[in-house]
Design a protein around this ligand. Structure first.
Ligand code: 16G
Ligand code: ZN
Length: 536
């Protein structure tokens, strides 16, 4: 108790105005970095409780604010399999962080231990990493104080992408078991991806150069490191890494990166886009991916998370059929309300695969995707992955092929099982997946874009007095409250062809977001403005 009190005094919480609370949100605690020191200390306390509760399995803590500006930071907890913190525990995190004094903190901590029947002398292990933000240093110090105050073992993996930390958590907990996920090191992550990439490409040619914009974040140095692991004699992968300046913190996510490209619907101004060249952007912690190119005729064309999702579902669906497993494995796609309606139609009508819609936030999609043998999930913003069930992985390994074509399909599926990060969306791994598919199909980005045509859409951010007044249902597609608002939205939507719109409170900012799509760009814009006006 004394150690916790002393640590808490060294890493104090910044008090909020009366009636306001810190909340473990969609992406953990995320805000201006100077508010986070005390929070991160307390997250350390929670992480060691969680590890003790789970028989000393390693818990992860990642310090990052993803695509947000350099002055922000964030802290989130990773569960033993590499997925997000179990939802029930979010409120325990919230309770610890909102304790009003050092004494009260100790009280809440001990109360949680008693209520959750946690033996405080049991072993605990926490591993952690951070992105390139300068504030990360101080937050790591606070985290370590929390871990030492609670006598938890801890391992510092230093600078990492978010998905690398998720990988390391799973690898740590599965080491030496039949389900071993990979070597417990950053090099182990690169080795696993590079080996699976070579197996999945199987000598096929990758066309042209790929320009990768790394948002001036951690993805830059990590991608450059990864590329050294690709055997040049086996795969000819010509990658140009750009926007990889991590020495000037102020340029992080500035006019570049996946979030910029997706929200502005244009290429980063620098380096000047070369017409026809295949490009993609990662976000600041390398868990989101967006592809695009500038067409000499039609201008900028973007291939976002919905496109990656439909590409992956189509390719894997074909492989499963080729492997003779169509009747054995259930493939499904998980999206959010932001998915372009055209992608949903393409997947259900053309690929004939089921689509489930969940609320925003990776944890929701991940959870639902686990219900399929092969669950493809992506948010439109480029965050996502493909999950394979143990049955699926088993079938890829142990089905006796009756023809060379069937063997080829089984081998490729098995390679994808290793290539695709099974813990969380991973921009580097997803990028390799896209490159594999394009190589197999001998497709350019234009071929990919031709599979269907996106409905024009518009996203607006609306300042509202109190975003908590907005309550949604039906996976955030309809408003329950404020009363009457949904009726008005319905009336507005009716005025347009092929239109759809919804409003929801942001989980990461104090604002509401409105999404609208319609048959033409001007109608989508108009509808978005109308709905914004309704909820203002
Ligand atoms: C967080 C989520 C992201 C989601 C976004 C929505 C994770 C790891 N990240 O960044 O998936 O799209 O929040 O933000 O879950 P919003 O609620 O402000 O629209
Ligand atoms: Zn991110």
């Amino acid at each position: 108790d004394e150690a916790i009190k002393a640590g808490s005094a060294r890493h104090p919480i910044v008090p909020l105005e009366k009636g306001q609370f810190y909340k473990y949100g969609t992406a953990g605690f995320r805000m201006k970095a100077d508010l986070l020191e005390g929070i991160t200390f307390r997250v350390g306390l929670l992480a060691s409780l969680r590890s003790r509760k789970l028989n000393g399995q390693a818990i992860g803590v990642m310090i990052t604010a993803s695509h947000n500006p350099a002055a922000d930071n964030g802290v989130k907890i990773v569960d033993p399999l590499g997925d997000m913190l179990e939802q029930d525990w979010e409120r325990y995190a919230t309770a610890l962080v909102n304790a009003q004094s050092d004494d009260q903190l100790v009280e809440v901590y001990n109360k949680l231990a008693t209520e959750l029947k946690i033996d405080l002398s049991a072993p605990s292990k926490v591993i952690y990493g951070r992105d390139t933000r300068p504030s990360g240093h101080k937050l790591v110090t606070a985290l370590v104080s929390g871990l030492e105050a609670t006598k938890s073992e801890h391992v510092d993996f230093k600078l990492l992408t978010t998905p690398q930390l998720h990988y390391l958590v799973r690898a740590t907990n599965s080491e030496g078991t039949p389900l071993a996920y990979g070597k417990v090191s950053e090099a182990g992550y690169y080795e696993k991806l590079a080996e699976a990439f070579v197996r999945a490409i199987k000598g096929r040619k990758i066309n042209g150069t790929l320009v990768v914009d790394c948002a001036n974040g951690i993805g830059g140095p990590k991608l450059s490191e990864f590329l050294k692991y690709i055997p040049k004699d086996k795969v000819n992968f010509d990658v140009k890494v750009v926007n990889d300046d991590v020495l000037r913190p102020e340029v992080l996510n500035l006019d570049c990166g996946a979030d910029f490209v997706k929200t502005k619907q244009r290429a980063p101004p620098s380096p000047k886009p070369q017409p026809g060249v295949r490009c993609c952007s990662l976000d600041g912690d390398a868990d989101r991916l967006i592809y695009y190119w500038v067409d000499p005729e039609s201008g900028f064309v973007m291939l976002d998370g919905d496109r990656i999702s439909s590409l992956a579902a189509s390719f894997i669906g074909d492989l499963v059929e080729g492997a003779g497993l169509k009747n054995d494995l259930r493939i499904g796609v998980v999206q959010t309300a932001y998915a372009n309606g055209a992608s949903t139609n393409y997947i259900t009508q053309h690929l004939k695969l089921p689509v489930i819609c969940t609320p925003t936030g990776v944890k929701h999609l991940h959870h639902v995707a686990q219900g399929f043998d092969i669950g493809v999930y992506f948010e439109a913003n480029g965050h996502g992955t493909v999950l394979f069930s143990p049955d699926a992985l088993n079938a890829f390994q142990n089905t006796e092929p009756q023809s060379p074509a069937q063997k080829d399909a089984l081998d490729t599926l098995a390679a994808l099982g290793d290539l695709i990060n099974q813990t969380v969306g991973d921009a580097i791994s997803d990028m390799l997946l896209v490159e594999v598919i394009l190589a197999h199909r001998n497709w350019t980005l234009r071929d990919w874009a031709m599979t269907y045509q996106d409905l024009p859409n518009r996203l607006v951010r609306v300042e509202v007095g109190n975003k908590d007044l907005f309550e949604t249902t039906d996976a955030e597609r309809r408003l329950l409250r404020p009363e009457g608002a949904q009726d008005e939205i319905d009336q507005a939507v009716k005025k347009y062809k092929d239109a759809r719109a919804f409003a929801r409170a942001s989980g990461t900012e104090n604002a509401c977001r409105v999404y609208a799509e319609a048959a033409t760009r001007s109608e989508a814009n108009e509808l978005a403005e109308r709905v914004a006006h309704i909820i203002e």
